[in-house]
Ligand binder design. Structure first.
Ligand SMILES: Cc1cc2nc3c(=O)[nH]c(=O)nc-3n(C[C@H](O)[C@H](O)[C@H](O)COP(=O)(O)O)c2cc1C
Length: 194
């Protein structure tokens, strides 16, 4: 399968980067082709601006958006790897979704006024790290809300099927052994899913 990993973390020594490396090696060891779009390394511009709207409406997709859309078109599976920041994606990743998952590319409205997802041939996977322990967010309903706004609100809206959303909590206070277990979960999940 062709895999696209969209990665949003500013530091190479982060736990997110360890997840990225494990995900790549796990997929490649099973013969999958993997493309990584590292948004910070690319200096991706996340601001959906008036000119973008004007160009997209007139059918002239801005070059940087077109480049990312080509990676999506070519992918069978899209994996997002990111830390939870203020109970959402880092702004650079949210802006990637704003700009790249554009009307007419990722979704459109039918004559009847319903939404038609245009990414229905894609599978999605999300891997999120967070400072708060999972048990706390599970009990407060936050985990459900996070799934609803990403799995359902973004990928589901565009017709893509979310295969899983891994939440790794308590990262800020986790030790090496706990992190190793989490990385093992990343590898096993990817091997099971693909
Ligand atoms: C700007 C910012 C906002 C954050 N907001 C949250 C949050 O809303 N909930 C949470 O559990 N952790 C939050 N955190 C903690 C990060 O999710 C955590 O440090 C990260 O997932 C650890 O992974 P890393 O070592 O790869 O950065 C935040 C961290 C930063 C820097």
């Amino acid at each position: 399968m062709n895999h696209l990993i969209v990665y949003a973390h500013p530091f190479e020594d982060s736990f997110n980067h360890a997840i990225l490396e494990n995900a790549i090696s796990s997929l490649e060891s099973k013969g999958h082709s993997v493309v990584v779009r590292d948004l910070y390394a690319l200096g991706f511009n996340p601001v959906l601006c008036p000119l973008d709207f004007k160009e997209l409406r007139s059918g002239n997709t801005p070059d940087d958006i077109e480049t990312e859309q080509a990676y999506i078109k070519n992918a069978d599976a899209i994996t997002l790897i990111y830390p939870l920041w203020w109970t959402g994606m880092p702004a650079i990743l949210k802006g990637y979704i704003d700009r790249v998952f554009a009307y007419g590319f990722a979704y459109q409205y039918t004559k009847e006024g319903t939404v038609e997802g245009l990414l229905s041939d894609k599978k999605a996977l999300m891997i999120t790290t967070q400072g708060t322990p999972n048990a706390y967010y599970d009990a407060s309903g936050m985990t459900k809300s996070l799934k609803q706004t990403t799995d359902e609100g973004i990928f589901g809206f565009c017709g893509a099927k979310t295969l899983d959303h891994l939440f790794f909590g308590g990262i800020s206070t986790s030790d090496d052994a706990m992190r190793k277990e989490m990385l093992k979960t990343v590898q096993l999940t990817l091997k099971e899913l693909f």
